[in-house]
Design a protein around this ligand. Structure first.
Ligand code: NAD
Ligand code: 2HG
Length: 392
């Protein structure tokens, strides 16, 4: 069996190399089996039911229509943590740039000339006085892969760190250092912080999370950083807070005309995850996840399907995506039993309204498999059936 993977955006070659050339093609058909993407807006990109899976090399997946994917049986993956270090390092750089006017000072120094350069330097440098980060308070909203790293780095810089994440996963909570106190409410983070940095996904609930009301609660002259997504912060309200002096500076990875035109903003062009290392990590992780799903049906790091991992040891594996309603397993296994197919191993997992069943069985002829797939698809609540052959 061969698979075709279609890519969008710049995908690191190291990720493409994960696909063996004898069983995969890349960008060769109009009807690919899987998509490997970065920020491509899949809400505006046509794709059909031929797409078994979409892997997003990166953390955010708000560029993918999840409801459509789930309904048509397309499994969506992301690559948690693959670019977290890159974002952390950029945020550290921005914190330093917010505290000290390094860039204007460099621009000024470049303009100097003549034999008395060192005299000019000593005379003029006081125009570029900064402050230190040590001892200043920073509120970190979201303590997942990125936020927990930012919190740790800020702590190591001597900052007084407070984190806020009411939905933190058990895994991230375990990894979070005891040195990082957790706030009970968003207000506790906003009230006293000199710096506030946001590291949460863009969801309907998080849209405009920081608007006029929240900005009013912030300390006068605070600095706000948004390296999560545009839309989490209300740019119009932020510009008003900058005008009134409530905020001293807004640093963001997501441009909008209003923010770009304001002189108290620092705007980077969605650069958080753009390092060689992060791009390679993300592309390799995404490609490996796709391979696992396409070749074994196992699902890890999906954002719309349950995690399912069952060793693939039998000659034949059937995977079924179906609605999460009672007696589906009974109806599926009755079809197998009527055909005297003995089940070697089986797993069924659900997530919200979708469920996934994996059944391992002895070898069948091509014709038998085809007939079986057809009959399983006659169950109205079954969305997709795949038959995988074990080549190991
Ligand atoms: N600028 C970039 O290039 C870049 C790179 C990586 C990630 N991101 C963005 O940053 C986001 C976070 O990335 P991550 O890898 O840390 O994801 P993650 O899933 O590991 O962590 C997100 C955390 O936010 C928490 N959270 C959700 N809503 C919250 C809320 N209202 N208040 C407080 N906490 C909340 C979750 O519980 C989770 O712990 C991504 O979704 C993506 O949009 C941007
Ligand atoms: O692909 C990129 O460069 C952006 C990645 C980033 O936005 C993410 O959500 O991980």
């Amino acid at each position: 069996m061969t698979f075709d993977v279609k890519t969008y955006n710049v995908i690191a070659q190291e990720g493409i190399d994960v696909f063996p050339k004898d069983s995969y093609t890349v960008n060769q058909t109009e009807k690919p089996d899987a998509l490997l993407i970065r920020s491509q807006d899949m809400h505006k990109t046509a794709f059909g039911t031929n797409v078994l899976a979409i892997a997003r090399a990166g953390a955010g997946f708000n560029n993918i229509p999840l409801v459509k994917c789930t309904d048509q049986g397309t499994v969506v993956f992301n690559t948690p943590g693959s670019n977290a270090n890159a974002v952390k390092e950029l945020v550290v750089a921005l914190l330093i740039l917010a505290a000290r006017p390094v860039i204007p000072a460099i621009q000024w120094a470049k303009k100097m000339g003549g034999a008395d350069v060192s005299l000019q330097t000593e005379k003029g440098k006081n125009h570029f006085d900064g402050t230190e980060l040590q001892g200043k308070r920073i509120g970190v909203i979201g303590l997942g892969s990125v936020g927990s790293k930012v919190a740790r780095a800020a702590y190591d810089l001597g900052m007084d760190v407070v984190g806020y994440d009411p939905y933190i996963s058990v895994e991230h909570a375990w990894r979070l250092s005891n040195d990082i106190p957790r706030a009970e409410s968003l207000d506790d983070v906003l009230n006293d912080s000199d710096y506030v940095t946001i590291h949460i996904p863009y969801t309907e609930q998080n849209r405009n999370l920081i608007s006029a009301e929240e900005l009013a609660k912030m300390k006068d002259g605070a600095v706000l950083l948004n390296y999560s997504r545009g839309g989490i912060v209300n740019d119009h309200d932020v510009c008003e807070a900058l005008d009134s002096g409530k905020l001293r500076l807004f640093m963001t990875d997501f441009s909008s005309p209003e923010v770009l035109n304001h002189d108290k903003t620092v705007v980077t062009p969605h650069l958080g995850g753009t390092t060689e290392e992060a791009e390679v990590n993300g592309a390799k992780q995404a490609a490996r996840t796709l391979r696992k799903y396409l070749e074994t049906g196992n699902i890890v790091n999906s954002v719309n399907f349950p995690t399912v991992e069952m060793p693939f040891e039998a000659p034949l594996r059937l995977t079924l995506i179906h609605q999460n309603i009672p007696n589906m397993v009974g109806r599926i296994t009755t079809i197998l039993a009527n055909r005297e197919i003995n089940i070697d191993n089986m797993i069924n997992r659900s997530r919200d309204k979708i469920a996934y069943t994996v059944i391992d069985a002895a070898a069948l002829s091509e014709e038998q498999v085809e007939e079986l797939e057809k009959e399983l698809m006659t169950i109205p609540e079954v969305i997709r059936v795949r038959a995988l052959h074990n080549h190991a």
